[in-house]
Design a protein around this ligand. Structure first.
Ligand SMILES: [Zn+2]
Length: 495
């Protein structure tokens, strides 16, 4: 049986965050070592890449291929990973790969925008160390998130790359499944993957990158059709995580063909042309919390038929924000006390303190301004402790102050699913406002309750406008920070 090593290692880094990612962030989300990946991890994460990979292996490779799981680790987005934490995972992976002996192929599922303090491009660092052990001839397949920052080194070190075609991401399983088929075909010798990579001087994020809305809907439809062309094995379009300050940051296009470098190159150029044609698409700018509340108060349907969702775009936990932004909470407390609001907020110190108290106890909390002092000032909140529970976000407590239900968490909480609130006995039908710290998945998951989404700009490390981000390392010129006539006029590409 041919042995395929499996590794899943995901974290999306926000370089502007001063809050480092620790082992705790992996432990609280998903962390499985060795055999645990198969016995527990796959059951807990049925829809993810490794589950898809194993399904394809079971269907097409039974008795021919053996999966050797090494690690499955996911952390929420956040600041750069602490060096000793990265070293721990890196060493664990390398030591365990060495123990396996003969290896026929490696599959890695990673985010592609991972950052580690003091180490540039950690995913290439890891791939390089794996390549050193297995040698140049062993195929290595890698699946990335479509917000990956693809670097030349990432491309050099592997045999093929594939990625999500959806944003909000819904095709994790499919991506793993496709990668498994491609890797098995490569091992069988029925295909010879040839990859082309094109880096664009383009940096856009936010509203325009949703796969089923304009302008990217058309682009992703064409990508789907491209994959049906003869000789095409996979195409990917990376719209980049705009909060990673890296010298190779920018949108990237990748095409994998069956031993046809010219076709692969042509496809990446075709994708780049499509991306360039939509770069100026206008989408609504985020509004201030004042404006959002004022428009909500003018809406007659308020509360009778659902809730409004306030997306705190400056503190998006799912993009690496710390989740301790007090701006919206402060405004609601003082200017709109009549609105019933559910507000998640990360404050490890205060949640630890109230966790010791009995339910029903009145509490005075000093919130925020502890991790990102330049963006958030500390505020005082008075209320009654009404619930305590351990969640994915560590110790969690609900404190009610009049109409505001503050959900305090130990770890950053994106609140991307209404289940988070309903599990804490907060009824979505009764709320006027639900605050989320997530950019994409909530738009689908709250569809039943959500009558209007307000994208709100406050202050923080996840501002959606690249003009407001304090980049120090990104390549220039880059659009829209600089004037560029055409992507071809300043471009690097490689086959
Ligand atoms: Zn993503």
């Amino acid at each position: 049986m041919k042995k395929i090593v499996l590794i899943e290692f995901h974290q999306e880094t926000n370089s502007f965050s001063k809050v480092p990612t620790t082992l705790r962030e992996f432990e609280s989300l998903a962390l499985y070592y060795g055999e645990e990946v198969l016995s527990k991890g796959i059951k807990d994460y049925k829809k993810f890449q490794l589950a898809g990979f194993l399904k394809a292996l079971e269907r097409y490779g039974q008795h021919r291929f053996e999966a050797i799981p090494v690690l499955a680790a996911w952390a929420t987005s956040g600041g750069p990973i602490q060096p000793d934490v990265y070293e721990h995972f890196h060493n664990y992976i390398i030591e365990n790969i060495k123990k396996i002996g003969r290896i026929d192929a490696v599959y890695l599922s990673m985010h592609g925008a991972m950052g580690v303090q003091g180490l540039r491009d950690p995913e290439s660092h890891l791939l390089g160390a794996i390549r050193k052990i297995v040698g140049d001839k062993i195929p290595i397949g890698v699946s990335y998130d479509l917000h990956a920052n693809i670097t030349a080194e990432k491309v050099n070190l592997c045999t093929f790359i594939n990625a999500y075609h959806t944003n909000p991401h819904r095709d994790h399983f499919k991506v793993g499944y496709k990668a498994a088929r491609l890797l098995m075909d490569t091992l069988d010798g029925t295909v010879q993957p040839t990859m082309a990579f094109l880096k664009m001087p383009l940096l856009k994020g936010g509203g325009m990158t949703i796969d089923f809305l304009k302008p990217m809907r058309r682009v992703f439809k064409i990508l789907k059709r491209m994959e049906k062309r003869p000789g095409v094995l996979s195409v990917s379009n990376f719209m980049s995580h705009i909060w990673l300050d890296d010298e190779e940051l920018g949108w990237s296009c990748i095409a994998v063909t069956d031993n046809n470098p010219a076709l692969a190159s042509a496809l990446t150029e075709e994708i780049a042309d499509l991306n360039w044609s939509v770069r100026d698409h206008k989408h609504p700018e985020p509004v201030s919390v004042e404006d959002a509340v004022q428009s909500l108060l003018r809406m007659k349907w308020r509360r009778n038929f659902g809730t409004a969702v306030f997306c705190d775009t400056s503190d998006i936990v799912a993009a690496g924000g710390p989740g301790e932004n007090t701006h919206i909470l402060n405004y609601l407390m003082h200017k709109a006390p009549e609105l019933r609001a559910y507000v998640p907020l990360r404050d490890a110190t205060e949640v630890q303190r109230v966790y010791e108290l009995p339910i029903g106890q009145p509490v005075t909390l000093s919130l925020g301004g502890k991790l990102e002092k330049e963006y958030n000032k500390s505020i005082i909140f008075n209320g009654l402790l009404i619930l305590k529970e351990e969640t994915h976000f560590g110790k969690t407590a609900v404190v009610q102050g009049d109409n505001i239900f503050l959900v305090l968490t130990e770890l950053p909480c994106p609140a991307f699913s209404p289940k988070f609130f309903s599990r804490l006995k907060l009824n979505l039908w009764k709320a006027d406002i639900v605050v989320v710290k997530n950019l994409f998945p909530f738009r689908l998951l709250y569809a039943l309750y959500n009558r209007k989404t307000f994208n709100i700009r406050t202050a923080g490390t996840t501002d959606l406008d690249v003009h407001n981000l304090n980049y120090k390392k990104i390549p220039r010129p880059i659009y829209p920070l600089d004037k560029i006539v055409h992507w071809r006029s300043s471009v690097s590409s490689k086959t």
